[in-house]
Write a protein that binds this ligand. Sequence first.
Ligand SMILES: Nc1nc2c(c(=O)[nH]1)N[C@@H](CN(C=O)c1ccc(C(=O)N[C@@H](CCC(=O)O)C(=O)O)cc1)CN2
Length: 300
Amino acid sequence: MTATIIDGKAFAEKLRGRVASHVERLKAEHGIVPGLAVVIVGEDPASQVYVSSKAKQTVELGMASFKHELPADTPEADLLALVHKLNNDPQVHGILVQMPVPDHIDPNKVIDAISPDKDVDCFTPANVGKVQIGLPGPVSCTPLGCLLLLREHLGSLEGLNAVVIGRSNLVGKPMAQLLLRENCTVTIAHSRTRDLAEVARRADIVVAAVGRPLMVKGDWIKPGATVIDVGINRVPAPEKGEGKTRLIGDVDFAAAVEVAGAITPVPGGVGPMTIACLLANTVTTASLINGLEPPKDLTV
Ligand SMILES: Nc1nc2c(c(=O)[nH]1)N[C@@H](CN(C=O)c1ccc(C(=O)N[C@@H](CCC(=O)O)C(=O)O)cc1)CN2
């Protein structure tokens, strides 16, 4: 059996189309131009690519983009001051500080500084709580992207056994929460989980978000299960030339594709959905800030 490949790139394109039509409507009917501010501290090459992509796509969808590039040695206080300025800027409806930040900056202080009204990453405790109890607002971008892909592929997730491997605040925990909201039976597995392979083998849905290349083996997957690979691991690729790299996921794709019912590739799976969901969240926050109901087709 060979799994269906879940095409995140194609789905992200469709989602961006929906975002663009809501942006047009907000402008035409309410005179609102949703604005997204992205802040990057330092020169991490991957982060720079993601931030440029975010800014470019924001403009492509008709929104206003505000990009702030700060040197790696920026004092924490200066970053917090910029966030406060953006909190008070009426043209900005979404604020994102690219993670990770350099070691001398406390990411929790940065997250705390972002106004929950503009927290398009859904990192603030207020928004994490809203997701938990099902109130409208932004939803963590990568987990939102995963869930939209799962719904598109499976329809209802009700009653399914879902195993999330990884317990980060960025992906694992919010992913588990969203799956619970879908009435899945959810297990969060992690580095200390006993018999991880056995736990994974019970799952109808496996979400791998550990950041360890190829950790999830083919024989960890129940035949027919749906596998969502959140891993984005850059590894050396000498076959492509000296110093070249390639991206691989947390799942051993070549083996898992023979067992699973459906699987996301890396690249081209969850990654593109993360940015599309960020843009969707910006329309959500722009709507809420202006007292409008956020569009239902951009969220879960
Ligand atoms: N403040 C945030 N920081 C980070 C987040 C986040 O959601 N908010 N997520 C990740 C990185 N990330 C977005 O910022 C991200 C990662 C990957 C992709 C993507 O499109 N990947 C492509 C491959 C791209 C490549 O060649 O490198 C794919 O998988 O097809 C988009 C966004 C950490 N930080």
